[in-house]
Design a protein around this ligand. Sequence first.
Ligand code: HEC
Ligand code: HEC
Ligand code: HEC
Ligand code: HEC
Length: 151
Amino acid sequence: MKLSSLFVGLMLLGMAAFVVAQAAPAAPAAATYVGAAKCKMCHAKQHATWMLMKHSKAIEALSAEEQKKPECVKCHVTGYGEPGGFVSMEATPDLANVQCEACHGAGSNHLKAPMAEKKKMINGKGRDCRDCHSPHVDVTRMKAAPAAEAK
Ligand code: HEC
Ligand code: HEC
Ligand code: HEC
Ligand code: HEC
């Protein structure tokens, strides 16, 4: 019977789809950036020390014009050029400055992970110091530091 063989065919197709769906477990979603305020909930101590460092205010080193330039913001914000990272001061103001996730990597998966698995940041690495810092700094890109800042 044509109709019943079509029915059986559809059933087999359905089963095959089911098997495929079972065999391919969903890959863990790529982590996205959540911002330092979220990290503060559990890491108040690290947040407090971070607030004392210029990393937490790095965007303020740039003028309003410079804050629009990719060649400037890329080291003064969090996750520039990466999925879910800083885009612009208008779109992603919460990801300005060199935040936790600039060094530790995007944190959404760490946030969701069960407590026992939080020990390791499951999102791999963020950036290395040397991705932003160089001993051979082009000092011409910097504004003259205000005299008052000399310690
Ligand atoms: C719900 C609580 C919670 C939040 C929110 C949270 N963490 Fe954690 N985190 C933990 C726990 C628990 C550990 C494992 C114990 C520990 O090292 O304190 C941990 C460990 C870490 C470690 C050390 C990993 C290691 O190798 O030992 C880093 C770095 C870290 N968290 C960064 C972050 C960052 C960045 C954020 C924000 C994106 C964040 N955490 C948000 C609970 C949290
Ligand atoms: C995403 C880029 C980026 C990364 C990664 C980064 N830094 Fe920085 N860091 C900056 C910028 C930008 C400043 C200057 C901020 C300012 O002066 O407004 C800075 C400033 C500093 C300062 C001066 C702090 C102060 O409060 O006077 C120290 C020290 C420092 N970084 C150390 C490190 C170390 C150590 C690492 C790695 C563990 C690191 N940085 C990773 C961008 C980065
Ligand atoms: C490769 C990463 C990188 C890029 C790109 C970058 N910066 Fe920075 N900037 C840093 C780091 C790191 C520091 C901290 C001092 C140091 O180690 O150079 C810093 C410090 C500064 C400071 C001094 C802040 C202070 O508190 O004294 C100013 C101003 C500044 N940058 C402006 C700019 C401007 C303007 C641009 C774009 C033309 C730019 N930066 C591009 C990484 C970068
Ligand atoms: C400039 C880079 C940088 C920034 C910004 C930064 N961290 Fe870290 N953090 C480090 C490094 C480097 C270590 C030491 C890692 C190691 O020991 O292997 C560390 C260690 C830690 C640890 C492990 C426990 C400890 O105190 O050593 C936690 C938790 C942590 N950071 C959370 C945070 C949180 C939360 C923020 C933001 C509020 C933050 N970090 C911002 C670089 C950074």
